[in-house]
Design a protein around this ligand. Structure first.
Ligand SMILES: C[S@@+](CC[C@H](N)C(=O)[O-])C[C@H]1O[C@@H](n2cnc3c(N)ncnc32)[C@H](O)[C@@H]1O
Length: 326
């Protein structure tokens, strides 16, 4: 069986890695992660407990020459540094941004393909200049064929409205297309735990205040309070957020999501071990990439990256159909 080597930058708890492992195994390929990096100690703990190796730390301190060769590069880079990218000019001018670290690694290692992920707000940031600069760097300075789009986790089987920019690059000119929205999202009954510890319930005061303001149209729902205090509820969750206020999402207006429920909302299988405390788990789930969403993208890329797969699959919607069947 063919091995596919990949690296996992800004790996967090391994959303990309989980997706890549699943996509490869379904296609009789052997995924091999040859390098991962995350600066956060608790993410490193989670990653090590689940994948058996501890990610390296700060990527800015890692020489690209020390990174092993690989077929695909994954990076869900933080949104913090892109505030400054848009104004900058050439490749060297993006130095000091975390996107620069991705770019210098791609430039040196020349993977067959890469998948980058960021928040939807990147599209409109600085009047579109930031994303334009990123795409220009990848196309003109690094010579890749690049496409980007915004995808929503809800369209790939997860009951969470989470919109993300996905940027895909490949060295050869192939007819890559993003996966169509294909799967109905899982019902909340498949996400919510039956027995939930009392510590997850909001106070009577909070619950009553919410219920005075809002009546849900759904029997099972997740209530979302926005910054202006408006409450709405849906049979799915709004985007999990690492730094949101404690009661930002409440199941049936009464209780917070448990760590396992948050990990399920991001597509992590139940065999994923949660080894950190509740507040770290909330941060990790809130920062993660939705596994199902990037898995759908990876499934579209695999026939190109894997030499033993039938490349004509790239030209058809075969992968969509297969994915939709599961
Ligand atoms: C948006 S999260 C990515 C989450 C990941 N895709 C997942 O599925 O969990 C960005 C990650 O970048 C990490 N990070 C920030 N600065 C970094 C740096 N200089 N070097 C390595 N990792 C860094 C953060 O700790 C965080 O886990």
């Amino acid at each position: 069986m063919e091995k596919l080597k990949f690296i996992d930058l800004f790996c967090g708890i391994g959303g990309f890695r989980t997706a890549m492992d699943e996509a490869c195994i379904e296609n009789d390929l052997i995924p091999e992660c040859v390098f991962s990096s995350d600066i956060d100690k608790f993410c490193q703990d989670s990653y090590e407990a689940n994948f058996g190796h501890r990610p390296s730390g700060d990527i800015t301190k890692i020489d690209e020459k020390d990174i092993p060769d690989h077929d695909i590069l994954f990076a869900g880079f933080p949104c913090q540094p892109f505030s400054i990218i848009g104004q900058r000019q050439g490749f060297n001018d993006i130095r000091g941004t975390l996107f620069f670290d991705i770019a210098r690694i791609i430039k040196h290692k020349q993977p067959k393909a890469f998948v980058l992920e960021n928040v939807k707000q990147l599209v409109g940031h600085d009047g579109g200049r930031t994303l334009k600069k990123i795409i220009e760097t990848l196309e003109k300075d690094l010579n890749y064929h690049v496409k980007f789009t915004v995808l929503n986790a809800l369209d790939y089987g997860l009951p969470q409205k989470r919109e993300r920019v996905i940027i895909v690059g490949h060295k050869e000119p192939i007819l890559f297309s993003f996966p169509s929205p294909i799967r109905p999202f899982k019902p909340l009954t498949e996400i919510l735990e039956k027995k939930v510890d009392a510590k997850h319930f909001a106070s009577e005061y909070i619950t009553q205040k919410r219920k005075d303001k809002h009546k849900s149209a759904y029997q099972l729902s997740i209530w979302h309070e926005n910054k202006s205090g408006n409450i709405c509820s849906y049979p799915y969750s709004c985007a999990l957020r690492a730094g949101a206020s404690y009661n930002y999402l409440l199941v049936n207006g009464e209780r917070r999501l448990t760590p396992r429920e948050m990990f399920r909302l991001q597509g992590f299988p139940d065999k994923y071990k949660i080894v950190v405390n509740d507040s770290q788990a909330r941060k990790q789930a809130g920062n993660a990439v939705p596994v199902n969403l990037v898995k759908a993208v990876i499934l579209k890329l695999l026939p190109y990256v894997a030499t033993t797969m039938d490349r004509t699959l790239i030209l058809s919607d075969y992968q969509d159909v297969e994915y939709g069947k599961q």
